[in-house]
Design a protein around this ligand. Sequence first.
Ligand code: AHG
Ligand code: MN
Ligand code: MN
Length: 364
Amino acid sequence: MSHITAAPHRWTLTRYLIEQRRRFPQASGDLNALILDVSLACKAIARIVAQGQLGDALAPVSTAVNVQGEQQKPLDVMSNELFIRMNEWSGNLAGMASEEMDEPRQIPEAFPRGKYLLVFDPLDGSSNIDVNVSVGSIFSILRAPADSVDTGRALTEADFLQPGAAQVAAGYALYGPTTMFVLSVGNGVAGFTLDPNLGEFVLTHPDIQVPEDTHEFAINTSNSRFWEPPVKRYVDECLAGSTGTRGKDFNMRWIASMVAEAHRILMRGGVFLYPRDTKDPAKPGRLRLLYEANPIGFLMEQAGGRASTGRQPMLGVKPSSLHQRIGLVFGSRHEVERIERYHHEPATREPEAPLFAARSLFRD
Ligand code: AHG
Ligand code: MN
Ligand code: MN
């Protein structure tokens, strides 16, 4: 849409959504309303995060454990509650699912039901909260199966098990030095910065593109002894830098807040790996498919990057359970394609690089 790219500066999120909706004259506006409600939840979470120890959300660490066996922080729980409260009443949703809830959340009887599903990680990177490092919220919007909309039947886990390619929209909020909201409604990726004076998300990054090439990678190298050979090979070659087959030096980053890594990569390129590994056979990967890998994958693909399990495009994966974990690789297209190629090549390579050599630091 030429008028969208021509003069989008300082549009509010509301205006951006209305301009996008003009592509679909029949659209009801429900999706826009839903995204605005999500953005309101994110603004509320941003406020709480910004209060830090001055607020009560970081106070005594709760003993609660979520369905993944991870300790829930009060802020995880509060963020989840905010997502629910800001979205359940609107009539836009048929149901919700989140990292912090074992089962899908039904819309209370008191409220009308709508045609969308909202799936979210209310607070990603929450181990970083105590140390004042960026965290965020990630969301994915799917269509509810038609029969559930027609009959109003209770939603089941199976209703949410849709491949990432079926997402109608996805995005995240980043609670960093500035609060940002990054969104795709399937027509590229746009970034908005929270104007604290207006309390509005304002379009500051109208057409985010991930560079195809990079010399920056992100992986938790403490897991290196659990990596599969293609991942070892890839990282070996990055570390060998200009002395190895890559012929250029690489830099490394690890924030331990995937949403912040995704944002860096959307802004300037790079590649992120949390691959499938052998650390815990019960967990094929660390990150979750439905509310981490798929929405971030959707954004990457919409921005010209790529997202993969290492073996296949992430958005083609048919989910098998609500809280399924999966190996995740995303970012600059050429690097992700290289990693996929390594996964498909037979493992006949002689190790060439220093990381796993006999006297190396990370010898496995
Ligand atoms: P969450 O806080 O929602 O549980 O997710 C944390 C994730 C992700 O953000 C990050 O990339 C990863 O966990 C960090 O893993 P390590 O602890 O292995 O570094
Ligand atoms: Mn997370
Ligand atoms: Mn989380």
